[in-house]
Unconditional design. Structure first.
Length: 264
């Protein structure tokens, strides 16, 4: 299993550092805008004009603080979106991409079982997304220190964890779909459709009363409802971990029985 994990991470030796560097740069550049924003004398009165739903969604009413500023500008949409995109692309590539390219056959002729192969790819996906989470944490703390945003370490860790778990859930979904369907395109489609539905439910619950009671099932709500640069780690983070593990468990029996390469 560890051999598969190392191989999968080696395949990302260029793309993963590029993604991590881009995230760090995005966070630091956004933090660099804070001194000019915080000096606006009419900021508080301007923020009160936004609709309540938008205030809840992006924490706009808290933008007069450094934590609220990064929440609204990055952690409520842009960073979660980047993590979801990375997770889906990497998860779909893990098994379905290898199968389409014909390289999966080389792995299956080794003594490795199909179970260890899937678990190794899932572990590599988890490690890669965690690397992006660590980069987000580092970029947030660096930006806060350089430009005096005053973001506590615990809040930065909670925000990075929220993005990481969102990317993991949708990445594992793409991995599972790829294991079942054997094609990268459909796997990306399934995971992307699920992510869009989850986000629509999360946003719709703020504007539509009928959806407000069920938006709690959305991974976006579970990851972001507390902040996401929160002062604590919500219990819903554990739910996202359990969902990710459950998806891998569901994929294992189907993957073990599939005729690998039949879709090529």
């Amino acid at each position: 299993m560890l051999t598969i994990c190392r191989k999968a991470l080696w395949d990302q030796r260029r793309t993963l550092p590029a993604w991590a560097s881009g995230i760090v740069l995005s966070v630091v550049l956004e933090a660099a805008m804070w001194p000019s924003i915080s000096s606006m004398s009419s900021l508080d009165s301007y923020l009160t004009e936004f609709p309540e739903a938008l205030k809840d969604m992006f924490s706009i009413d808290q933008m007069s603080t450094g934590t609220g500023f990064l929440n609204a500008e990055l952690f409520s949409l842009m960073l979660p979106l980047l993590f979801v995109i990375f997770g889906i692309l990497r998860g779909a590539r893990a098994l379905a991409g290898e199968e389409e390219a014909g390289t999966l056959d080389l792995l299956l002729v080794t003594p490795l079982s199909t179970t260890r192969l899937l678990l190794g790819e899932a572990l590599a996906l988890t490690v890669a997304i965690t690397v992006l989470g660590v980069a987000t944490l580092g970029g947030t703390l660096a930006g806060s220190a350089l430009f005096d945003l005053g973001i506590p370490v615990r809040s930065a860790a909670a925000g990075a964890s929220a993005c990481t778990l969102l990317g993991l859930v949708h990445g594992v979904l793409a991995l599972t779909a790829g294991a079942v369907l054997g094609r990268r395109g459909p796997a990306i489609g399934v995971a992307t459709a699920a992510a869009l539905a989850a986000y629509v439910l999360y946003v719709g619950g703020l504007f539509v009363d009928r959806l407000s009671d069920v938006r709690g099932i959305s991974p976006f709500h579970q990851a972001l409802h507390a902040g996401p640069l929160a002062t604590d780690f919500p219990v819903s983070f554990l739910t996202l971990l359990l969902v990710s593990a459950g998806l891998v468990a569901l994929a294992l029996p189907v993957w073990a029985r599939r005729d690998i390469g039949a879709h090529r």
